[in-house]
Each structure stands twice: as structure tokens, then as C-alpha cells.
Write a protein that binds this ligand. Structure first.
Ligand code: PMV
Length: 310
């Protein structure tokens, strides 16, 4: 997040992949998330009034929510004299944290414009968190925490009103990830709310599943810190099975996870909200051959490497 004193402002919010723990994280279980190279850049130019150019490709309900989120964030920082626009390299609404990346980039530009200096990560997270509530209703906070910090994180939500536990995860070895899109999906808030209804009806069964997801995520964090990629991959496979048990996978997502494993992944799972489509992530020793096969088959996909920490 860099400020340009000339009045031209720019900030980047990376997308993310949840390697372990989505959905259960909403109910207080641990999640492991890592940032992507791809993301959203927000630009700010001086303007008589505080305004937002919503990209033309975004329409309908998503457009209305994006505008409302911007207005609320702008009001919260005193409507600075800036016109904000966006550029994205991230597939939108696919489970890769696009809304959080937008929120982090926009929040950072608004804060720079209102204070004249680079904002702290904490202030960006707080402002972006309000925008995520407009997008999703009840976000766990893992997406915008990972995007604002730009680091692999272990995340755990605490009781309402308490600050979530966020810790940087020091990777012993780099992670080579292949992310593949398994078709369109419905909005995160719809998948999260359908799961909320099931868990409200059968709370004990769903609590057991959430707890098991949390345990697998804790084991995966330890494996990532120890550089044991086989153990991390196995945790991802088991997590995919638990996500299917929670009712958030689909034949397209199961098929893509199976394809990635067959193509050499140490582990593969749906990532993000899932539902009827969205993204699948595979952890590879070398993602090159599988990447080429998917591209030849016309699948939208990319490789993202997360470097080891020092
Ligand atoms: O699909 P995405 O990128 O919106 O990620 C959602 C992650 C969930 O765990 C399903 C929801 C949340 O708020 O953490």
C-alpha cells in the first residue's frame, strides 16, 4: 500500500486462497489462508467530490452492494475529495477473495486520501471489514485479514465483539498452488446462509463437522510450518471431504479436485464458499504439467507460488 504525495493514490489488495477451514471458520474454527499474486488495484485521483467508478462489468445486486459498501466506507472517513477506480487481475466471485481484495484496496485509498499518509494495516482491516459486511452479511473476516496483511495466516474468529486471532504462518517451504475454476457459482452469502439453516436444524451434527475441520486446519498449519507438504496435502484432501459432508461441494468441484490429484497434486480441495461451482486449489511439487493439461482442455486456471518465510 504506497501513497503518492502528488495526489495520485494507489493501493493493491491481493486475492487469497483458503487452504484449510472455510465455512467452519464462520463458527469459530481455525482456518489457514494464503495471499495470491493476483488481486485488485484501486486508484485515487483528486476530485471535488468523493466518488467511485464501479467497473462496467459489475451489474445488478453486486453493483448495488459495491456502491453501498463504498458509500459507507467513504462516510466513515469523512468523504475525502477523491475519485476511486479499480483494476483487477483476479477472477471475480469465484472463491478467491475478490470482494475482500476490493475492500482492502478501496479502504486503503480512502484512508490515504483522508489522512494524507499510508494507513496502518489495522485501520485498513477495520474499514475493509465494514465493506465485507455489506457484501456478505456475516463474514468471518479471514479474507480481508489475509488480503490486508498480504501474508499466510492462521485465523480464528472469537465471540461477537472480540477481535479475531490472526497469526502470520511462517512457511518452511514454498507452496506451489494450481487454482482452477470449476464453473460459475452463486454468491458466498447464499451458500453461507443455506449452511446456516442446516446447522440451525441439526446443530450437534454440524458442530462435530466444524470441530473436525478446525482440527484438520490446525494440523495443516503445523505441517506448513514444518515444511511437510505431504501432510498439508493430505489435510487438504480430508478437508474437501468434510466440505462435501457440509453440503458445499458439487460434482464439478469434486471432479476438478479428483483431476488435480490424479495429475500429481499432493492435495486438492474446493476453496472459498464453493456451492455449485467456483475455485479448486491443488498443492503440487511441480504444477507445470497439470497446468498445461488444464489449459489445453480450455479450463480457466493459474499457478500461484507462495514463498517460504525467510
Ligand atoms: O468464496 P469467498 O472468497 O467469498 O470466501 C468465503 C469464505 C467462507 O468461509 C465461506 C465465508 C467466510 O466469511 O469466511
Amino acid at each position: 500500500m504506497r501513497a503518492r504525495p502528488s495526489g495520485f493514490l494507489k493501493a493493491f489488495g491481493p486475492g487469497k486462497v483458503i487452504l484449510l477451514g472455510e465455512h467452519a471458520v464462520v463458527y469459530g474454527s481455525t482456518a489457514l489462508a494464503v495471499p495470491l499474486r493476483l488481486g485488485v488495484t484501486a486508484f485515487g485521483t483528486p476530485s471535488p467530490k468523493c466518488s467511485f467508478d464501479v467497473p462496467r462489468a459489475i451489474s445488478g445486486d453486486t453493483r448495488a452492494r459495491l456502491l453501498r459498501a463504498f458509500q459507507e466506507a467513504a462516510d466513515a472517513v469523512g468523504r475525502p475529495s477523491v475519485r476511486v477506480s479499480l483494476q483487477s487481475t483476479l477472477p471475480m466471485s469465484m472463491g478467491l477473495g475478490s470482494s475482500a481484495a476490493v475492500a482492502v484496496a478501496v479502504a486503503s485509498v480512502l484512508l490515504q486520501a483522508s489522512s494524507g499518509r499510508s494507513p496502518s494495516t489495522g485501520r485498513v482491516r477495520a474499514l475493509a471489514g465494514g465493506m465485507e459486511v455489506v457484501f456478505h452479511g456475516t463474514p468471518s473476516g479471514v479474507d480481508h485479514a489475509c488480503s490486508a496483511l498480504g501474508l499466510p495466516i492462521r485465523f480464528r474468529r472469537l465471540a461477537a465483539g472480540r477481535t479475531p486471532l490472526v497469526r502470520a504462518v511462517r512457511l518452511r517451504r514454498p507452496l506451489e498452488l494450481l487454482v482452477a475454476i470449476a464453473g460459475q457459482r452463486r454468491a458466498t452469502r447464499d451458500t453461507v446462509s443455506a449452511l446456516r439453516q442446516r446447522q440451525a436444524r441439526w446443530p450437534l451434527r454440524y458442530r462435530r463437522l466444524f470441530q473436525e475441520v478446525g482440527r484438520v486446519a490446525e494440523e495443516g498449519v503445523k505441517a506448513a510450518e514444518a515444511g511437510d507438504l505431504e501432510a498439508l496435502g493430505d489435510a487438504m484432501n480430508v478437508n474437501h471431504g468434510l466440505l462435501a459432508a457440509l453440503g458445499v461441494s458439487s460434482p464439478a468441484l469434486d471432479g476438478m479436485a479428483g483431476f488435480l490429484r490424479e495429475a500429481g497434486a499432493l492435495g486438492a480441495k474446493l476453496t472459498g464458499a464453493g456451492g455449485d461451482g467456483g475455485a479448486v486449489v491443488g498443492l503440487f511439487p511441480d504444477a507445470g504439467p497439470a497446468h498445461k493439461r488444464l489449459l489445453r482442455a480450455g479450463v480457466s486456471c493459474f499457478v500461484s507460488r507462495v514463498e517460504a518465510s525467510g
